[in-house]
Design a protein. Structure first.
Length: 283
């Protein structure tokens, strides 16, 4: 089998064109542009690249965008104070604090200090709980993008076996919950899982979100599986995913490339969540 490519760039473009139209409606009706504040603490190069991509994406769809670049010495109290100000800002409908944060800052405390109505990352304890309960909430951007890609295959997901590799709060855990909601049977594997290949071999849907370059080999992939790769690591200057792409694409029915698969979808879902927050705050 030769896999069809799930083109995250193309799908993102379609969704972003729709967002541009909706932003225009919001501007015409309420004279409001959706506003996103992105906060980054410290000087991690990769995080700065992600933040500038988010800023550019906001500008391209007509959002109001504010970026706060804080030094690595920033204290938790200073960060909480900035979030208080952004919570109160009329121009800001969504707040994102780029992770990871420097040691000494409690990420959960910070995320849950953002107003749940402005929590476009979906990391607030209330939104996390609502997701688990199946209630309306902000869904974390990467798993939301992963589900959108899987749905675009047009395959019936009910009863399928989904294997998620990775148990982070940002991707693995919420991806598992979302896939369960789609009536798949979910296995979540992680760094301590024994016989990883045995689990992956049973998967109709593979979601790799573990951050280990090319951990998932072609011989682990079941013939016809849908393979979603959320990994991005730089190896010798080249972006590499968690899946050995060439090998896996000979077995899979659908596969996401790295780059150009999950990455653009994450940013697009952030735009969707920010638009949703702005609409809710206007009405
Ligand atoms: N770091 C890696 N992915 C994410 C994300 O989706 N949101 C935030 N805030 N930080 C991240």
């Amino acid at each position: 089998m030769c896999a069809k490519i799930l083109d995250g760039r193309k799908i993102s473009k379609e969704i972003r064109n729709d967002i541009i139209e909706q932003v225009q409606h919001l501007k015409d009706r309420y004279e409001v542009a959706p506003g996103l504040a992105v906060v980054i603490v410290g000087d991690d190069d990769a995080s700065h690249v992600y933040v500038s991509m988010k800023e550019k994406a906001c500008q391209k769809v007509g959002f109001h965008s504010e970026v706060y670049k804080l030094p690595k010495e920033t204290t938790q109290e200073e960060l909480l104070k900035l979030i208080d100000e952004l919570n109160a800002s009329k121009k800001i409908h969504g707040i994102l604090v780029q992770l990871p944060l420097p040691k000494g800052i409690d990420e959960n405390l910070i995320n849950s200090h953002i107003l749940p109505t402005k929590d476009v990352d979906g990391f607030h304890a209330i939104n996390t709980g609502k997701l688990l309960l199946g209630e309306e909430s902000f869904i974390p951007c990467t798993p939301k993008g992963i589900l959108e890609l899987i749905k675009r295959t047009g395959e019936n997901l009910t009863g399928k076996h989904a294997v998620v590799i990775g148990r982070s709060n940002i991707v693995g855990k919420p991806a598992g919950v979302l896939l369960l909601k789609e009536n798949t049977t979910v296995t979540i594997c992680h760094s301590k899982t024994e016989n990883l290949e045995k689990h992956v071999q049973m998967a109709d849907i593979v979601v790799a979100a573990v951050g280990i370059p090319e951990l998932i080999k072609g011989n682990m992939i079941k013939e016809g599986a849908i393979v979603i790769d959320a990994g991005t690591r730089k190896v010798n200057g080249k972006l590499v995913g968690d899946v050995a792409y060439e090998e896996a694409s000979k077995k899979a029915s659908w596969i996401t490339p790295v780059p150009g698969g999950v990455g653009p979808m994450t940013i697009t879902m952030l735009l969707e969540n920010t638009l949703k927050a702005a609409k809710a705050q206007c009405e």
